[in-house]
Structure formats: structure tokens, C-alpha cells
Design a protein around this ligand. Structure first.
Ligand code: ATP
Ligand code: MG
Length: 230
């Protein structure tokens, strides 16, 4: 098992084929230091989601090596590997239940106070307390009573509460107003603090804040650097 990890992640000559003879990743080398945030960009089909799926070992690679803190992820149990990884997906997952339950899903033993602290840290507390039932407001699976931005903040609060060393974020493409955008950027900064993160980034503001931008093209790294370098 992985004990409490630092979060250094390394891809060495990673080749991956979903189907034999058709490589989705054609030799990826990536060296990510603990705490760094990496923005993955590139056109559709370039391999962004494939990279993030491989970190949680949802597929085994065809050749090469992926290590966390120098340890090959194939030598670690899936439970302990995935226990270190928090995921915030594009289609923010809200289930039927209270707002509190939805945030607590990040860590089932969290106290009410911890739930509220997480919500406050990502600036979701204000909108939650304005809902008719506050933290006890029931929401539906589709979260229809909540705006896209509110759903995003809830998922950030949930991830913050879980406190994983590695964070994977598939950024939503939906357009949101400028005020919400700023709020989300601030919340994102809080969430990324002290974690290694991989973000499939669509927003320029997110790309700008990343420590490293990796531009993928047909399964290969085309460019790599920070915002001022590229
Ligand atoms: P998008 O921006 O559209 O999400 P992406 O950069 O995330 O694209 P990937 O989903 O990583 O791209 O896909 C990389 C390549 O692998 C594409 O050629 C895609 O068709 C292929 N691919 C992705 N998932 C599968 C799968 N489950 N089975 C077979 N091929 C797949
Ligand atoms: Mg994708």
C-alpha cells in the first residue's frame, strides 16, 4: 500500500492502446513534482482524458511506466491508489439528498462543522445558507435547483473535505457569468493548494494559473511550459 504520499508523479515513455495497434498515447514523458498543477490542453481526441484515466489505473498501460513517489502504480493496490486521488468531473455529480450529504460524500465521517468549513473555504457557504433549508435542503440528482456554478462549488467543497494528495479535475465547458467565474477561480486556487493536480483545462484563467501547461496532439506532447513560456 501507499503510505501518506508526497504526490510526485512521473510518466516514462508511456504508450497506451485502447485497441491493439492504435495508440492513444504514443510515448508520454511527464515529470510532475508534488504540489504542482498541470493543465492538459489539446483538441478533441488528443489524449487528455486518457492521461487522467491512467493515473487512477482505470486501464493498464501497454508499455512504459507510471510512478507515484517513485513507486510503480502497478505495485500498489487499487484501493490505496484511488484513496489518494480525488476526482472532480465535468458532469458534476450530485445525488438525491441534502446539500450536507452531498458535501460529506467526500469524507463520510466528517462532522457538520467540517462540512461547513469546507463550504466556507470554497465560498459556497453563503449561497447554501440562503437556500430555504440551508445545509438540509434536499437536492435532486440533476441538481436542477442549483446553477452550474453552484454545483461546481459544491463539488469543490466535497473534494476539499476528502483532502486527497492528488486531484484530477475535468473542467466544465459550460459558460458561466464573470462573477461566478471569478468565484470558481478563487475556490480552485484553494482546492489546488498543496496537492498535485491534473486539470483538463478549458478556461484561459485556469491555464494561466497552472504551473505547467502540457499541449497534447494525437497522443503526443507537442509543447510544454508555463503560460509565459508558451
Ligand atoms: P476530448 O477533448 O474530446 O475529451 P481527449 O483529449 O480527452 O478528447 P481521449 O478521450 O483521451 O481524448 O481520446 C484519445 C484517443 O483515444 C481518441 O482517438 C479516442 O477516440 C480514443 N479513445 C478514447 N476512449 C476510448 C475507448 N474507451 N475505447 C477506444 N478508444 C478510445
Ligand atoms: Mg476528454
Amino acid at each position: 500500500p501507499l503510505p501518506t504520499i508526497q504526490g510526485d508523479i512521473k510518466f516514462e515513455k508511456v504508450i497506451f492502446e485502447y485497441e491493439k495497434g492504435r495508440a492513444a498515447l504514443k510515448g508520454i514523458d511527464l515529470d510532475v513534482k508534488a504540489g504542482q498543477s498541470i493543465a492538459l490542453v489539446g483538441h478533441t481526441g488528443s489524449g487528455k482524458s486518457t492521461i487522467i484515466n491512467l493515473i487512477g489505473r482505470f486501464y493498464d498501460i501497454t508499455s512504459g511506466k507510471i510512478t507515484i513517489d517513485g513507486k510503480d502504480i502497478r505495485d500498489v493496490t487499487l484501493d490505496s491508489l484511488r484513496g489518494q486521488i480525488g476526482t472532480v468531473l465535468q458532469d458534476t455529480f450530485i445525488f438525491s439528498g441534502t446539500i450536507r450529504d452531498n458535501i460529506r460524500f467526500g469524507r463520510l465521517d466528517a462532522t457538520d462543522q467540517e462540512v461547513e468549513e469546507a463550504a466556507k473555504a470554497v465560498d459556497a457557504h453563503d449561497f447554501i445558507t440562503k437556500l430555504p433549508g440551508g445545509y438540509d435542503t434536499e437536492v435532486e440528482e440533476r441538481g436542477s435547483a442549483l446553477s452550474m456554478g453552484q454545483r461546481q462549488l459544491l463539488s469543490f467543497a466535497r473534494a476539499l473535505l476528502a483532502d486527497p494528495r492528488i486531484l484530477i479535475l475535468d473542467e466544465a465547458t459550460a459558460s458561466i457569468d464573470t462573477e461566478t467565474e471569478l468565484k470558481i477561480q478563487e475556490a480552485l486556487k484553494t482546492l489546488l493548494q498543496g496537492r498535485t493536480s491534473f486539470i483538463v483545462a478549458h478556461r484561459l484563467s485556469t491555464i494561466r494559473h497552472a504551473d505547467k501547461i502540457v499541449v497534447l496532439d494525437h497522443g503526443e506532447i507537442k509543447e510544454e511550459g508555463n503560460h509565459s513560456e508558451l
